[in-house]
Design a protein around this ligand. Structure first.
Ligand SMILES: *Cc1c(COP(=O)(O)O)cnc(C)c1O
Length: 480
């Protein structure tokens, strides 16, 4: 009898389970792309799901049976009617790269724990920085998500711009930064984590398009100074999460430069538009930034989490942490780019470079260009349809692949519209044929889609509208 350990590392067991899984995934991909099964999500109440999964843990199953149960209980991003959150359906070869990464399990904190991964990360960052329009001295690293990238960038900003050496002496208040009121919540969170408190986040109101009102930067900055705050940074959103609105990076960059502020661009979602010439203009002024966050797992078809944090001057990235860990990092004072843990929150870090590198090497930037152009164009076409129909509103014209819209039967007060749209979203979730989400903007509830699946068609979107109209709890009298 082989021991449990011998079984766990048996090459033949692995080969059989691996082949079975890849076959199952290839079949799944083929079916799901053709909208079979019909549902993009199989909704199960949290308590029911937990009971079932606890039961399975006791019963045991073959690896394939387990993996198939996971597929059945998971939202299907490869289904063209998945149009919910911003994560992209992983390109299959990038998922294979992910499996290789999990298998070899190189730690990546220091160079010798991931030679290939470190070098690939260097190559990916160099190509991203070039694409963004930065010069030779730019560089950066990959990290686990936009949230972490943003706080990493802001820590570097603090280290470089703040009068007090907070890392050494503590006491962060009254530092502050300026950011749009529509920014992702993680910027607010980063400020509080850094100990700047509520006063550390100065929210700049937005215009009708939900973009930061740049003419308010100057007066809000002056007001903050008068209140005794030390403003060190301004953050631009490219784009905002709820509506996909791009701030005017050119104007924010000029403002930052005039006052010697750090300019960080949260491009977690939209910085990817550097790859699509038709949408590159949305990022005009990006090269003015001191640091930029860009998620590969949102608009660049890469499994999560894979996020690039680019610094205009790579040496700034060594300022985030200034800490000794002698057993790991000798020459703690050196700017040795190849020992990545010096600059990232992660110590052990997954080889996320492999996923992005694989896509770039196998398909080139043309993959990203084709994808981004397709989903962004589709979103504009969807907005056209909604605008041409009675009983529908859009929050603002879409810039990329995010759109907020709502059903507004002419009769009934505002609250009833909110209730109606919230109900529509719950019904859709429970039915599972379309996966969309919702958001709140200025007190109104909106349905929200991110058209992230490259195989979603305008027909899918027309069906979504008809589906809602036919089932809306408030009967819509269709005139078209
Ligand atoms: C999604 C998003 C984030 C968060 O990124 P994660 O990778 O989910 O941590 C931050 N900012 C913006 C603008 C986003 O859209």
């Amino acid at each position: 009898m082989p021991s449990i350990l011998e079984r766990a590392y048996g090459a033949e067991e692995f080969r059989d389970a691996g082949h079975a899984l890849v076959d199952a995934l290839a079949d799944y991909l083929d079916l799901v792309k053709r909208r079979v099964p019909e549902k993009a999500i199989e909704w199960v109440e949290p308590e029911t799901a937990t009971r079932a999964w606890e039961e399975r843990l006791k019963e045991g199953a073959s690896p394939l049976a387990l993996f198939e149960s996971v597929l059945a209980d998971s939202v299907k991003l490869h289904h063209p009617r998945y149009m919910g959150h911003q994560i992209s359906p992983a390109a299959p070869v990038a998922a294979l790269a992910g499996m290789l990464n999990d298998f070899i399990n190189n730690g990546m904190g220091v160079y010798e724990m991931g030679v290939a991964g470190t070098a690939m990360e260097r190559a990916v960052l160099a190509s991203v920085a070039r694409k963004m329009g930065f010069g030779e001295s730019a560089g950066g690293m990959l990290t686990s998500g936009g949230t972490l990238a943003n706080v990493t960038a802001l820590l570097a900003a603090r280290s470089i711009k703040a009068k007090t050496h907070v890392w050494k002496e503590g006491g962060a208040a009254p530092l502050a930064l300026l950011v749009s009121e529509e920014a992702h919540y993680c910027v607010d969170r980063a400020v509080r984590i850094m100990g700047w408190g509520e006063g550390g986040i100065i929210k700049v109101p937005c215009d009708q398009r939900f973009a930061l009102r740049t003419e308010l930067l100057e007066p809000l900055y002056r007001q903050a100074l008068a209140q005794g705050k030390e403003v060190i940074a301004v953050v631009g959103s490219a784009c905002s999460t709820s509506t996909g609105s791009f701030d005017d990076l050119e104007a924010i960059g000029a403002f930052a430069e005039a006052h010697g502020l750090w300019f960080h661009v949260d491009g977690a979602h939209g910085a990817a538009c550097v790859y699509a010439p038709g949408y590159r203009h949305l990022l005009r002024g990006l090269e003015r930034a001191d640091s930029v966050t860009m998620d590969f797992h949102k608009m660049l078809l890469t499994p999560s989490l894979t996020t690039a944090l680019v610094f205009k001057r790579e040496k700034d990235s060594f300022r985030t942490f200034a800490q000794k860990a002698e057993y790991l990092l000798d020459q703690a004072g050196d700017e040795d780019w190849y020992n990545l843990a010096k600059r990232t929150f992660e110590c052990t870090k997954t080889m996320m470079s492999l996923r992005a590198y694989t896509l770039l090497q196998q398909y080139g930037e043309g993959l990203f260009e084709e994808y981004i152009t397709k989903v962004n164009d589709l979103c504009a076409a969807f907005a056209d349809i909604l605008e041409s129909r009675p009983h529908w509103q859009i929050a603002t014209r879409p810039s990329c692949n995010i759109l907020c819209f709502r059903c507004v039967p002419s009769e009934g007060p505002e609250e009833s519209h909110n209730a109606l749209n919230a109900q529509i979203r719950v019904d859709l979730l429970h039915e599972g044929r379309f996966y969309i989400v919702q958001t709140q903007l200025r007190g109104k509830i909106w349905l929200r889609v991110t058209l992230t699946n490259p195989f979603t068609t305008i027909e899918d979107l027309k069906e979504l509208i008809t589906h809602i109209e036919e089932r809306a709890p408030v009967k819509i009298h269709r005139t078209t």
